[in-house]
Design a protein around this ligand. Structure first.
Ligand code: ADP
Length: 255
């Protein structure tokens, strides 16, 4: 059997007294496309941020490509970061945010070249070549010298995708990447994600409110509700055929 690329084992997360994730168990296979849906505040972003190592779990294990990110004591309580594993794993995971997070003072080509040069230690020429390839892939080969402020929201989001892809991650995380866009720009961004998904090898985790898109792209859908995975299955099982009442009432908002 193929080893999962991402595993969560009984992961809990509290902010102060509030427990926002209450025991998440999850296996994601290499190349699997997983959509995460659920009401606002259910913990979707926290899951993504923990995988990106931006948040630490309160307890539980997060294992990426066979590496456990955090050290536990013998009672299973979290002790500290496993710095070596964190460093290795950060290179394996790419993320696209809701608000693009591009560097405003750099051209889009420079935006893409920065991480390969500084994190992966690629030489400038190789980084440039890969960045141009990725910007062409997302349909922006004619905008290399533009600055982010000269682009539409949809184009900025496509730059953000190229910038993540150029690191050749094993896992790509997409956190509501279309929710800050004008409705007419959503389609072009989803189209690029669909293309990347079809290419195959990478695992993808997509937090999304686009149900048709999830049906089309996701192998597996998780419904997160109040910090637990309340329902999971194929996209069709979860989005079209579940009898879970809270899921049904959540989905009604999108019909
Ligand atoms: P979702 O992405 O499903 O909307 P989030 O993961 O963003 O949910 O948030 C889950 C809960 O955790 C919310 O109640 C939110 O207010 C809380 N939360 C998230 N981040 C923090 C933080 N840094 N400090 C305190 N509370 C937080």
């Amino acid at each position: 059997m193929t080893e999962p690329i991402v595993t969560f084992q009984d992961v809990h997360k509290s902010f102060g007294d509030v427990e926002v994730l209450k025991g998440i168990n999850l296996d994601i296979k290499p190349a699997e496309k997983v959509a995460v849906i659920g009401p606002s505040g259910s913990g979707k972003t926290t899951i993504i941020r923990m995988l990106m190592t931006l948040e630490k779990p309160t307890s539980g294990d997060i294992i990426v490509d066979g590496k456990n990110l955090w050290k536990m004591d013998k009672n299973g309580q979290l002790v500290d970061a496993n710095e070596k594993h964190l460093r290795e794993v950060r290179g394996d995971i790419g993320m696209v945010f809701q608000h693009f997070n591009l560097f405003p003072h750099m051209t889009i080509l420079e935006n893409c070249m920065t991480a390969p040069i500084h994190v992966k230690k690629e030489n400038k020429q190789t980084a440039k070549q890969h960045s141009i390839q990725m910007l062409e892939k997302v349909g922006l080969g004619d905008k290399l010298d533009n600055y982010p402020s000269q682009l539409s929201g949809g184009q900025k989001q496509r730059v953000a995708m190229a910038r993540a892809l150029v690191m050749r991650p094993k896992v790509m995380l997409f956190d509501e990447v279309t929710s800050a866009l004008d409705p007419e720009l959503v389609g072009e961004v989803l189209e690029v994600i669909r293309d990347i998904a079809k290419e195959g090898e990478m695992a993808m985790i997509l937090v999304t409110h686009e149900m048709d898109f999830a049906l089309d792209v996701a192998d597996k859908v998780l419904f997160l509700d109040e910090g637990v995975i309340a329902e999971q299955g194929t996209a069709s099982e979860v989005i079209e055929h579940s009898s879970n009442e809270r899921l049904q009432s959540f989905l009604k908002r999108f019909r």
